[in-house]
Design a protein around this ligand. Structure first.
Ligand code: G3I
Length: 355
């Protein structure tokens, strides 16, 4: 009995591996053919690792710096910019014919200490924000085709989160709700009129109070000519509970009715993992592949859903491990040895089916 179980388990693993292997090396060309950007977040310090960089160039047609364009990296002090790590990613992407998404120009988190401790007044903060957006977007003008201008400004109830940029003390627009977000979009548009400008958030993927608030903001911005071109749906989801695909689809559709694009920006599908970061249950890998498949289908079905991006690509390097204290992880397309998981076959099949 035990032998038979072991045999079946082994067989399942071999089949899953074989399915994945067959899909390796095809995703990028299939994405090109399907007319969708297939992207991943990347870490500049890993580009020198051959399996890391070769998997990137083989499988993806778009990259986004995972951390290298955040304030805490770009702004060691108030006077200077450190473009080093981000420039390395941009150069790598350009050398390999990949598009580059920028992330992120305004966020309540990951700001440098000099900014948080500076006791700046509203007018000063506005000047600091202006200098930052102008400097960063200007530096990457013509290279970064789309920016996450503002990240995670709403809470779960659809209220604006407190932040140094909004109301603590803010840039002088705290009484006017989304006006500080609008200001950031206008500054970015002036710095690069050709860049696509996105608002990016987590847990606003389904129809819920947060996505309602985002929808209302986009509707307002579009009606007044504020330069906003897209919404980033982060999509950090899990195998249990499974994401509500129908509700995600409804949300993508309603955003499209406002004339904006949708990018899936930070997808991963977290699984319960053991201390070594390996899935606790092999059957979860099948569920994970099904979720990847259904989400890609929901995107491909809508012409305005133009990018499908994962938050990293190998389970070897993922924010999930550190953030979940090791209990959830293994959320990406490739395993720790860069071998394609069943997720890759699911993506391949959907890309083949096309839009
Ligand atoms: O680079 C330093 C290193 O020098 C230092 O020794 C080490 C000690 O902690 O920290 C390193 O920086 C860490 C960085 O990741 C490395 O890339 C930061 O502490 C850590 O906070 C940072 O975490 C990132 C997190 O955002 C905060 O910026 C994760 O990598 C990144 O995946 C995560 O991404 C966010 C998106 O930007 C927005 N949406 C949610 C998503 C997941 O949290």
């Amino acid at each position: 009995m035990l032998c038979r179980r072991l045999f079946l388990l082994l067989k399942t693993v071999v089949i899953l591996l074989a399915l994945g292997q067959a899909a390796a090396g095809q995703l990028r060309s299939l994405a090109d053919r399907a007319g969708i950007l297939l992207g991943t977040a990347v870490r500049s310090e890993r580009l020198s690792e051959p399996p890391y960089s070769s998997t990137l160039t083989r499988e993806f047609n778009m990259l986004e710096p995972e951390d290298a364009m955040k304030w805490f990296v770009l702004r060691p002090n108030s006077q200077t910019f450190d473009f080093g790590p981000a420039d390395r990613i941009v150069a790598f992407a350009q050398a390999n014919g990949m598009k580059i998404r920028g992330h992120t120009l305004l966020w309540a988190r990951q700001n440098p200490q000099w900014l948080l401790d500076g006791n700046f007044r509203e007018k000063e903060l506005l000047e600091i924000l202006k200098a930052h957006i102008t400097g960063v977007v200007g530096h990457y003008r013509g290279k970064v085709f789309a920016w996450d201008v503002v990240n995670e400004a709403f809470d779960e109830s659809g209220n604006l989160r407190d932040s140094i940029w909004y109301n603590q003390p803010g840039i002088g627009l705290a009484e006017q709700r989304t006006a500080y977000i609008e200001k950031a979009f206008r500054l970015a548009h002036t710095a690069d009129p050709d860049a696509l400008l996105f608002y990016n958030d987590a847990e606003g993927e389904t129809m819920n109070p947060k996505s309602d608030a985002i929808y209302a903001m986009v509707k307002d911005f579009r009606s007044r000519g504020v330069p906003i071109h897209g919404i980033g749906l982060q999509m950090h989801v899990a195998s249990d509970p499974r994401p509500n695909i129908a509700s995600i689809r409804d949300n993508i559709v309603r955003l499209g009715s406002l004339g904006v694009q949708v990018h899936i920006t930070e997808l991963d599908v977290a699984l319960p993992v053991d201390a070594a970061g390996l899935p606790l249950h092999n059957t979860d890998l099948t569920v994970q592949a099904a979720i990847y498949r259904e989400l890609l289908r929901a995107c491909l079905e809508q012409p305005h859903c133009t990018a499908f991006q994962t938050w990293g690509f190998t389970d070897r390097y993922s924010w999930l491990q550190s953030s979940s204290h090791g209990s959830r992880g293994a959320g990406l397309l490739f395993n720790r040895q860069y071998r394609p998981k069943a997720n890759c076959a699911a993506i391949r099949d959907e890309l083949r089916r096309g839009r």
